[in-house]
Design a protein around this ligand. Sequence first.
Ligand code: NAP
Length: 286
Amino acid sequence: MKMTILVIGATGKTGRPVVEALAARGAKVAAASRNPETGFGGSREDGVVPVRFDWDDRDTWAPALEGAEALYIVGPYAHPTGERLVADLLAEARDTRRVVLLSVIGAELLPQEAMMAHWERAVRASGKEWTILHPNWFFQNFGSGFLPALRDRGVLALPAGQGAVSFVDTRDIGEVAAAALTEDGYGGQVLTITGPDALTYAEAVAMLGDVAGRQMAYQTVEPEQAEANSRAAGAGERTIIAQRGLFQVIRDGGNAPVTDVVRRVTGHAPRSFAQYAAEYAELWRH
Ligand SMILES: NC(=O)c1ccc[n+]([C@@H]2O[C@H](COP(=O)([O-])OP(=O)(O)OC[C@H]3O[C@@H](n4cnc5c(N)ncnc54)[C@H](OP(=O)(O)O)[C@@H]3O)[C@@H](O)[C@H]2O)c1
């Protein structure tokens, strides 16, 4: 019998490509969402079964975990008591022998409020075979969280300074995660997953302007101003502190390194930002 792999965060920016990459390998996938019917598109014929899972509802944990020999975890990053939850989940995951955790490049430099250190400790201490993913910032942010600002105003304002970022396509993260979930040889590894080159936000936004055929620009904002904006928009203190750390790492050059992990694990070159921009150009037109 094929092993079942439970993907938490299956409707998200990495979870969805993880599910697709696993399905392409013929794996049996339990795709977890708080709203499995709407969130994961009804019945599928490719071995993907939507299941309900909610970090806030522990009654959903055991049914989702049942028979899951491998587990992909997108942690409860916006949760008020999210530090403990990954350890609690792993303690309940009795059928699971292998776990892949989504963390972030530079996690070791982030404040405790970012919670990655807690989750990484939990995974390492779980007694399971673990792999920790340290991806860089996703291409797909430009087509989701950053999209309204880019499409409506043509301006992306962030406290990233002129720091370079080796942005990465979440489809490549999905393929790397699928390999770590299904193949031997990745246990005990931290995989730093990047795109093929490091770009500043100014360079990335200019490329989107080129493909969309309009003027678009990046504007650097002072960290204090960015925090005041986030606070005014209703962000909690924990999120603000975590964001402060993430952008500090960018400004300090911590997001610039380029690794060969995508090529090494998948056998193909990482997708480039230029490819991504051309593919989705329609998104940034008016
Ligand atoms: N964005 C980046 O550039 C980047 C880079 C590196 C690392 N990361 C890390 O990636 C993680 C995910 O961030 P993201 O912005 O990309 O989010 P995302 O994965 O696109 O979306 C969040 C996912 O979490 C699920 N979710 C939310 N609340 C949940 C709950 N209470 N119980 C169960 N599932 C829940 C959502 O599923 P449903 O709504 O279907 O339940 C959704 O699939 C964060 O830890 C972040 O630090 C992000």
